[in-house]
Design a protein around this ligand. Structure first.
Ligand SMILES: Nc1nc2c(ncn2[C@@H]2O[C@H](COP(=O)(O)OP(=O)(O)OP(=O)(O)O)[C@@H](O)[C@H]2O)c(=O)[nH]1
Ligand SMILES: [Zn+2]
Length: 194
């Protein structure tokens, strides 16, 4: 099996994280023995393991597992990939959409593998800028296309629920390699993602 399932990644360290959540609940003034809360440390620990399982996964391996020789020379675009990640500053969610385009150089990759590598990098503590580059460099280094572009549009809960409390601001980040640095190719990509 080239990479592990979500379930396999959720097991290690759950007990340690569980007792940490128990302390957090006590410190915010909760009664950790009451019915609705008693299993919360374990649930929260499993959820946290799920949301950070990307540390244990190898995105290059995912791409290499489904690369096929193909003489297609035009742009391949996978747009509107749902994104859920956690910001490394507050460990609060940021969420939005990822758009990935590439121009093959003799090899294409199985389409599902692009959202899969987005999830691998998103399921780590992140900043949006690094997430953008992680996805970009992984595709560029592994698939070695003629060009690749990544755009992420996201909203950050740490700016919505707390802090500056801005509900409608969105952040866009982008990165381009190879032919996507040419104005014409980049414009075509940006036009296609709308
Ligand atoms: N560049 C970048 N900043 C982020 C991201 N996620 C969260 N942040 C910011 O990280 C910064 C951390 O700033 P600090 O001043 O150390 O933390 P803080 O006191 O909680 O800041 P406020 O959110 O302004 O209350 C904040 O400005 C957040 O908006 C991200 O993906 N990229
Ligand atoms: Zn944050």
């Amino acid at each position: 099996m080239p990479y592990k399932t979500d379930e396999e990644h959720s097991q290690p360290y759950v007990d340690e994280i569980k007792s940490s959540y128990e302390s957090i609940l006590k410190n915010i003034g909760e009664d950790t023995t009451r019915n609705g809360i008693v299993k919360t440390p374990e649930r929260a620990a499993k959820a946290m393991r799920f949301l950070t399982q990307g540390y244990n996964m190898n995105p290059e391996e995912i791409l290499l597992g489904a690369m096929f020789e193909e003489p297609y020379e035009d742009m391949v675009l996978i747009k509107d990939i749902e994104l859920y990640s956690l910001c490394e500053h507050h460990m609060l969610p940021f969420f939005g959409k990822v758009h990935v385009g590439y121009i093959p150089n003799g090899k294409i990759v199985g389409l599902s593998k692009i959202p899969r590598i987005v999830d691998v990098f998103a399921r780590r503590l992140q900043v949006q800028e690094r997430l953008t580059h992680d996805i970009l460099e992984c595709i560029n280094d592994t698939l070695q296309p003629k060009g690749v572009g990544v755009v992420i549009e996201a909203q950050h809960m740490c700016m919505m629920m707390r802090g500056v409390q801005k509900q409608n601001s969105a952040t866009t980040t982008s990165g381009f390699r190879g032919e996507f640095k040419n104005q014409e190719t980049r414009s075509e990509f940006l036009k296609l993602i709308g």
